[in-house]
Design a protein around this ligand. Sequence first.
Ligand code: DCP
Ligand code: MG
Length: 369
Amino acid sequence: MAAQQTPPPEAGGDSPRRIIHIDMDAFYAAIEQRDHPGLRGRPVVVGGDPGGRGVVATCSYEAREYGIHSAMPAARARRLCPKAVFLRPRFDAYRRESARIFALLREYTSLVEPLALDEAYLDVSGPCREGATATGLAREIRARVRELTGLVASAGVSYNKFLAKLASDMDKPDGLCVITPERGPGIAASLPVGRFHGIGRATEAKLRRLGIRTGADLGSWTVERLRPHLGVRADYFHQLARGIDTRPVRSHRLRKSLGTETTFARDLHDREEMLRALEELAGRAGASLRRRGLEARTLTVKVRFDDFRLVTRSRRGEPPYTGEEPMRAALDELLDRALRPPRPVRLLGVTFSLLQPADSGDANQLDLL
Ligand code: DCP
Ligand code: MG
């Protein structure tokens, strides 16, 4: 009942935390438009070769009006908007801007958690500055980022990470949105579960089959009933549905690996089909690698067979994997080594590990990670 909803009693005592989520607008594309004034106001797509099999890393908001978005094949983007300007990424420039932005964020608190080159959580619950509200700080950060870099940051302010990130997306681009403890539970309740942190397409489809579409639907189930469907994550999602998220902001989050996997509704028998699935998984994992400005020394393919036997096969990349390169040959080799002997497959996964900053050696970049 809405009338009975009180602000969530989150960990950390009676006073709610104050979290800011910063996310730069069209980050790579905005840097290109800033550095090449002729591109301002025009559809700009940054990514792979539209003549080949490249994908879109990001695009300017002008390009988004044509339906272009991240992770789409660049060839398709060009069909949607032939007059768009296609550029290859200049990672050095993006990393340099990122380092400057993070240095600025750290003036406000040491509790800065990077999520990507252009994205971070700040916990400003502590004594940041006498009398400053989190919203006031977010406003100031946005103004200073613009002054320092000529780029636009959107910000979300709330009492936890989940809602702060949601908020930064709400008024994008050039947005500042605040979700108060009074509004949080209602917003979480009305949210489609696909927007929840950690609920991907597969989980979303599974929940839909159970008749769960929104946070309110999810919250109306008990954790015990959800557990068979969501496993260990049932509690976490159940809390999100009520606007509760106790994850702390971690300033030194050292990632060891990055990967993604999927369990198929029906076992795969066809090798070509397996290879295509692996390519898709590698594409997604590669995008997270690029977003974080990382490269990986090792690529691992994970296969679970219909008899539940699990096999992993790895290989080293020389030079390291950046998430940019065609993966088919490497995946083909790993699949070959895993399928001995061949059997139907119920799960496939791709993981990048032994991560390092792309073109390492930059102290600021190491700091960012
Ligand atoms: N990126 C990428 N591949 C993806 C997604 C993103 O290479 N599949 C890169 C390019 C983006 C940067 O990471 O500029 C930041 O990602 P965001 O999701 O924050 O996207 P943008 O900053 O470009 O746009 P916005 O945040 O305004 O939606
Ligand atoms: Mg962004």
